[in-house]
Design a protein around this ligand. Sequence first.
Ligand code: PPE
Length: 306
Amino acid sequence: MLKAEKIWLNGELVAWDEAKVHVAAHALHYGSSVFEGIRCYKTEAGPQVFCLDQHLRRLYESCKVYRISVPYPPDVLREAILATVKANGHRACYIRPIVFRGVGSFSLDPREDCPVEVAIITFQWGAYLGEEALERGVDVGVASWARMAPNTYPALAKVGGHYTNSQLVAMEAKDRGFTEGIALDVFGYVSEGSGENVFLVRDGIIYTPPLGASILGGVTRACVIRLARDLGYEVREQLIPREALYIADELFFTGTAAEITPIRSVDGIPIGAGRRGPITKRLQEEFFGIVTGKIPDRHGWLTPVG
Ligand code: PPE
């Protein structure tokens, strides 16, 4: 990770090495943190943050689910995010805002005693699954670990604790020689990657699991659904059985970090022709065209850093 100069911590920009947390922090013990991953892209008009308001909305919604009262209103964090990117002089970067429960007690109802702290970290992050992955695609495996069952952990909330499951999926995939894993939900339907949503193409129709399949409601997922519909494709949010992965014409991941990454094989079985498919490529062109300012931002997804 290429560290930046400053981190925004509880209202102030401090030096990267000074942005510290105490070992008794509640979040460290119990995963009580809510975070976002946002990308800022380099454009001719300067750096622009992609889907800032959509990410902020999810941050506050995740906090709402976990009864975390954020000590700043959304417009303050919005400005703080832009100020942090600016202060670090980034042309492009990954932005990681995190709201977490600090030191106070070890109670599992930390609302009274633990202060809520907020940090905004920015750093350089290239292609998540490798530079060549965006074109060539990645090899993935179906995970032996399932995503959380409904009514156990709220999958729609982006909470630190939930990512212990993602770590099991990601580590297992690597150990089996894959770049990434796809986890099923507890009913055996396709859910998502350790840090990405999944899309499938068959006979020209695009499918993706519904919110009820224990997925995170991806911001990139929503943008890709929008772009696909703009291009005239039919998109269906519906339950996907595991074997539909193997017989798909195209598969791809979406995510802030992963952007749109083609999947070229699952469990050693080639998908379609075993390389990036035409609809995946078409969506990438549209997505990367917009985020780099080469295609007009017709949906208002970009915010200039200023
Ligand atoms: N599912 C999961 C589990 C997930 O972590 C992400 C984002 C997505 C779907 C896609 O959501 P969105 O970014 O809103 O389109 N994963 C973030 C973190 C990955 C990581 O820390 O590693 C990300 O892409 O920023």
